[in-house]
Design a binder for this molecule. Structure first.
Ligand code: NI
Length: 187
């Protein structure tokens, strides 16, 4: 097992800086991607960007359930006009959740860990996660984009009504019950 990386939290200036392109996928870059992935899993995240572990490089890791992606210099080529709305969290912004509009689908070009150029078409949570992580590379935190703040520990009646209206809660959920799904998917 490798050492886990230390997460940088909101307020750390590195999270507001623009990350630099990676010129070559060296063994050092590969090792960093592996360590990022381990750190992401250890913290039960679905995505992680290098600035979150103190490295200003354009590297992200993502796993929304269909296996890990390690991306070097990811770039959004296309975004659908169709939007999606859902609750987000972020490992660097603990104890804060809110809804964010994102494109329903994105096309992302990146270099993989073998130095090969790849293109992936993503939708739903995968698309959301890619947008969130690529934002990190540009110094943007999801808090900047939040439409509605959700206190997941203690949502108000108004917020529960909002989440029900936007289908952000299970259909038959007890209104008194605290929704916890988003807590497991911090990026
Ligand atoms: Ni994040």
């Amino acid at each position: 097992t490798m050492a886990l990386l230390t997460l940088r939290l909101e307020g750390d200036p590195i999270l507001r800086k623009k990350a630099k392109p990676v010129r070559e996928v060296t063994p050092h870059v590969k090792a960093l991607l592996d360590a990022m992935l381990e750190t992401m899993y250890a913290d039960q995240g679905v995505g992680l960007a290098a600035p979150q572990v103190g490295r200003l490089r354009r590297l992200i890791t993502v796993d929304v359930g269909d296996g890990p992606y390690k991306m070097v210099n990811p770039e959004i080529l296309e975004r659908s006009e169709e939007q999606q709305l859902d609750i987000e969290g972020c490992l660097s912004v603990p104890h804060f959740n809110g809804t964010v509009y994102r494109p329903k689908r994105v096309t992302v070009r990146y270099t993989d860990e073998n130095g090969e150029e790849q293109t992936v078409e993503a939708e739903d949570l995968f698309a959301r996660c890619l947008c969130h992580e690529i934002d990190h590379l540009n110094g943007i935190l999801f808090r900047d984009l939040v439409d509605e703040v959700i206190d997941m520990e203690n949502p108000s009646d108004e917020q529960i009504a909002y989440m029900q209206e936007h289908h952000l809660l299970p259909e038959k959920s007890d209104a008194e019950e605290t929704p916890s799904a988003a807590e497991d998917e911090e990026a």
